[in-house]
Design a protein around this ligand. Sequence first.
Ligand SMILES: [Zn+2]
Length: 301
Amino acid sequence: MPELPEVETVRRGLEPAMDGARFVKVEVHRGDLRWPLPKDFAQRLEGKTVTGIGRRAKYLLTDLSSGDVLLMHLGMSGSFYVFREGQVRSPEQNGDETPGRYYHERSQHVAHDHVIFHMSSGAIVTFNDPRRFGFMKIVARKKLDAEPLLNGLGPEPLGNEFDAAMLAQACKGKKTSLKAALSDQRVVAGLGNIYVCEALHRALLSSKRMASTIASRNGVPNERAERLVEAIKAVLKDAIKAGGSSLRDHKRTDGELGTFQHHFRVYDREGQKCPTPGCRGTVKRIVQNGRSTFYCPACQK
Ligand SMILES: [Zn+2]
């Protein structure tokens, strides 16, 4: 499943193709994504200009000249291809033309091309999603605050407002594990299994540690909260940097996690040496709340 850094890389990849461009034609091949597309989907886009592409957690927010926002989510297996008018779609091009394809396998099958945007920039933006858990929705910008998908979300982890004080407030008195707290979208938005594991390792904190132990009873952050916030921001920034630069550097054809595993310190590295300098531990895997946690029992306390 795409995580925040990948969605951010997708956003950056779509920007040159879509920002400032007009929807010339919108083709809907299959409207039954996670939720059905509205009947007037194409009409509400065609002729409108994109005035900006933003991101909130794992949602892409495309602002339109009409005052609407096109809300898009990649779901489990969604991705975008960007082609130029007249370019032939071929698998060899996918590695270069697919923003955000840096660790999750994507379909290259045209049968899964559900929505196609023909932009006035000459770009053809295709949404491909074999499992159809992704979705698109059009919401009026002025009603966005009331949008149920967005209004329960916690702070953006790379935003300035997300700091140790805020995380400590959210974790004070919480008897759940740090892993569970960080995976809770109300505590911090957009973190998934991979980056929770990576951040906890970088902060040298055990995923089983009780969330309340990063704060005083009143919610004042301690040094662990500071370390954790720094680690969360650092792993996300590194991953975004890697995603951006790796689009052209790597091609892959194998399983779910391919050439980019080396960017991970612990995720999917069970049995390997812990990368913390001076640590002689070995990466272990346990299951917490039904998901794998990768961690080093020697240096994560
Ligand atoms: Zn270690």
